[in-house]
Design a protein around this ligand. Sequence first.
Ligand code: NAD
Length: 258
Amino acid sequence: MTALKGKTALVTGSTSGIGLAIARTLAQAGADVVLNGFGEIDAARDAVAAHGGRVGYHGADMRRADEIAAMIDFTNKEFGGVDILVNNAGIQHVVPVDDFPADKWDDILAINLSSAFHATKCALLTMRARGWGRIVNVASVHGLVASVNKSAYVAAKHGLVGLTKTVALELAETGITCNAICPGWVQTPLAAKQFADRAHALRIDLDTARARVVGEKQPSGKVVTPEQLGALVAFLCSDAAAEVRGVAWAMDGGWTAQ
Ligand code: NAD
């Protein structure tokens, strides 16, 4: 598959989980990829490079607008510009609003929402010059509905869906699209902590806890896989999706159909 040959994709938060799977799928489709995020950087780079194409990395902290601008500058200089921007970096913190630490609120809003604004604004310079671009925001079912104890996350993801629609409308007469994807439960480190917390709280084994947490929300009873989300993003980046604009596309085992 070489549909994205000649394109450069910048995927934020792509050293792990969903972002890494998206980066791999876009590389498989022929794109050069710039990775971002913390942790297992070399392993992520190797996994994406295995699909061929160039792979770069920038360590910008998504809490910082100046570092996000530097990451886009790096991509412009080293890769000739951003054609595909996937705003994926995200964190979670689960606690009632009464006890929600203000610094966690600030971090979640910065990483899960404001970073997408800063990156979009910078990346649009080259996309507009070329008349083509794809912006995919990794939101969540929590961009569409709420759950208890996730005030910052739900607020940020609803904001991200709103940003997606606004940007899509502003770009509607161009070859640049902006869409959001809204996953339900996905087996990644972000979700694993919540499965482990439930196992610990109820003194049950991890598999039982995961089945219970997923089953509470998803009629399918199954987690979504990062690879399934990668394939959805590849579709949104394809020519077939040229008129998909401003959607918040759920892939959630039926969670939001209820
Ligand atoms: P993950 O923890 O596996 O990956 C998060 C990525 O973001 C990592 O690469 C991490 O290094 C990076 N990151 C964190 N803070 C950063 C910062 N300050 N600057 C730069 N990078 C940073 O999590 P995931 O589950 O793959 O989550 C990816 C996205 O998917 C997030 O936006 C999350 O909200 C969303 N999501 C996840 C689920 C799920 O069930 N796992 C469901 C819906 C939506």
